[in-house]
Design a protein around this ligand. Structure first.
Ligand SMILES: [Fe+2]
Ligand SMILES: [Fe+2]
Length: 283
């Protein structure tokens, strides 16, 4: 299995673009190529070209949730690849999302209705968790017993027909899950429901206790509101519940959370991703 980070906030190769957004290309052992999220602007497609990846060979795409740093480049993908379906929560289409982080309330969603009318049949609305094949699933969050990220308090939504703005419930967020002989791999690009809740939802859906890797932003940005005791609690629970799990993070995991978790978790558990990183796993 190969995982390629087409775009992320962090950049180590000056030939590539970076932005506040995430897009990941996955090549499975079953021979499928899957795009998870499209970043903020469509520049993930320029990076793919520079990395020698042909997006026309993508079998399908998945949009993890409705924020524009994950769905902003969708039009570019639909233009680049003329056939691949795009799976996303049915809650995303038509909904509007806002962030008041930084003081001013601003829109962080795109008008999906334009894409739906321009590219009919390409967008597949997902209502509940489901297997797409024997080893690949889309999983919604079903667990709420662990804390959600404090930074969620800045995020609101308006339903397609509603006029009032309400705290975002993140029912539009889903993870991409792969079954491997060493346990499941969870790709959860923004993890607004909290990584412990998402991990439990995914392993329960897949019917396993074994998580090989959890990949994604943890929505713990600098200034997001987590105190040191919150990070200590998270770290302790990760060690207790999933001592064998590999963590790969970047995007909305800020420097404070990143260095705290890197120091507190046992050696070898925590890894950082960045634009252009390629991971190979042989199962
Ligand atoms: Fe994000
Ligand atoms: Fe997000």
């Amino acid at each position: 299995m190969e995982i390629i980070f087409l775009i992320d906030n962090r950049l180590y190769d000056k030939k590539l673009f970076s932005e506040h957004g995430l897009s990941i290309l996955i090549k499975t052992d079953a021979g499928k190529t899957i795009l998870c999220d499209t970043g903020l602007s469509g520049r993930f497609a320029d990076n793919a070209e520079k990395l020698g990846e042909d997006l026309q060979k993508t079998d399908f795409a998945v949009i993890s949730h409705g924020h524009n740093d994950h769905i902003g480049g969708l039009e570019r993908f639909l233009q680049t690849n003329g056939t691949a379906p795009v799976y996303m929560s049915d809650k995303i289409t038509g909904s509007l999302y806002y962030s008041s982080r930084g003081g001013k309330n601003h829109k962080i969603s795109i008008d999906t209705s334009i894409l739906e009318s321009t590219f009919p049949e390409r967008i597949v609305k997902v209502e509940k968790s489901r297997w797409l094949s024997e080893d690949t699933a889309l999983v919604f969050n079903t667990c709420y017993k662990y804390p959600e990220p404090a930074g969620n308090k800045f995020l609101t939504a308006k339903s397609p027909k509603g006029t009032c703005e309400y705290p975002d419930d993140f029912l539009h967020e889903m993870s991409l899950v792969f079954r491997t002989p060493k346990g499941i791999i969870i790709i959860s690009p923004c993890s607004h429901n909290g990584i412990l809740n998402i991990a439990e939802s995914c392993r329960k859906f897949a019917g396993t206790n074994d998580i090989f890797a959890f990949i994604g932003g943890f929505h713990l940005p600098d200034g997001g509101g987590e105190k040191e005791k919150d990070l200590a609690e998270l770290s302790g629970m990760l060690e207790k519940l999933y001592p064998e799990m590999l963590l790969y993070t970047g995007h909305c995991t800020g420097e404070t959370a990143l260095s705290y978790l890197s120091e507190s978790l046992h050696r070898g558990m925590m890894h950082e991703f960045y634009t252009g990183l390629k991971i190979f796993w042989q199962f």
